[in-house]
Write a protein that binds this ligand. Structure first.
Ligand SMILES: [Fe+2]
Length: 242
């Protein structure tokens, strides 16, 4: 059994389609989505449509909720704010309805799915450091929590003794006696210096998580952002992966 964990598509249908092609090759059994379908990219409705056909395991991201007035975005940076206002104008009623009804957190057996952090998901806090990860391990009961939000794949492990470690490799075993907090990176706007789309595969038979990187048509996505009248910076950052 193979699970795919995707996050932060952000209206980038070119990146999403490239990942979908890879999911087929990987013969993934179930897809889980960790939030931010829309915001930044030029194809919010197309991305929602594809995601709806793929899975019902979807949690809300801050951009999803901001686009339908469910979370305050007054503290977003000017570019993100412009993108939210553009997205709000683009979304027709059925898509607004879809985003409005997304939950903040889901669990399935020993797994938790949340966009930002297990601690108060509605506060959209980031988990970057060992101390932030260590604190968050206390905020869920399941063995593994998959998260997104920072657009940077990074994984933490809590040993049986309660010590938190940073996992440096892009593939690592899931040990029965340990717990994990895994940020799967971003499909549609990676920010770790690698512009390729990121997502994770959890292979349950092999007890292993792997962060995958998938090349996609960045120029196509950039062209659409510029043609849509969205800030040019949003196109530029895709090529930089930053
Ligand atoms: Fe995001």
């Amino acid at each position: 059994m193979k699970y795919a964990l995707l996050s932060d598509i952000h209206g980038n249908v070119e990146a999403f389609q490239a990942v979908l092609g890879n999911l087929e090759r990987e013969k993934v059994d179930q897809v889980f989505f960790l939030g931010d379908i829309v915001g930044y990219g030029a194809n919010p409705e197309e991305c929602i449509k594809l995601l709806e056909g793929l899975t019902t395991w979807v949690v809300a991201g801050n951009h999803d909720w901001a686009s339908v007035g469910l979370t305050d975005y007054s503290n977003f940076n000017p570019v993100a704010k412009t993108a939210i206002e553009w997205t709000k104008r683009k979304l027709s009623v059925p898509y607004q309805h879809y985003l409005t009804h997304l939950p903040l957190l889901l669990t399935c057996h020993n797994l938790t799915f949340v966009h930002a952090s297990p601690y108060h998901p509605e506060e959209w806090n980031y988990v970057f450091s060992l101390s932030e990860a260590s604190f968050n391990f206390c905020c869920y009961e399941q063995q593994i929590s998959f998260i997104g939000h920072s657009h940077t794949p990074v994984s933490f492990m809590q040993s049986e003794r309660g010590t938190t470690h940073l996992l440096q490799k892009s593939t690592f075993p899931i040990e029965e006696s340990s717990r994990y907090l895994i940020n799967v990176g971003s499909v549609g706007q990676p920010r770790d210096g690698d512009p390729r789309a990121a997502y994770a595969i959890y292979d349950l038979d092999e007890s292993r998580v792997t962060i995958k990187r998938i090349a996609y048509d960045i120029e196509g996505a950039q062209k659409k952002i510029i043609e849509a009248g969205l800030p040019h910076f949003l196109a530029l950052r895709l090529a930089a992966g930053a």
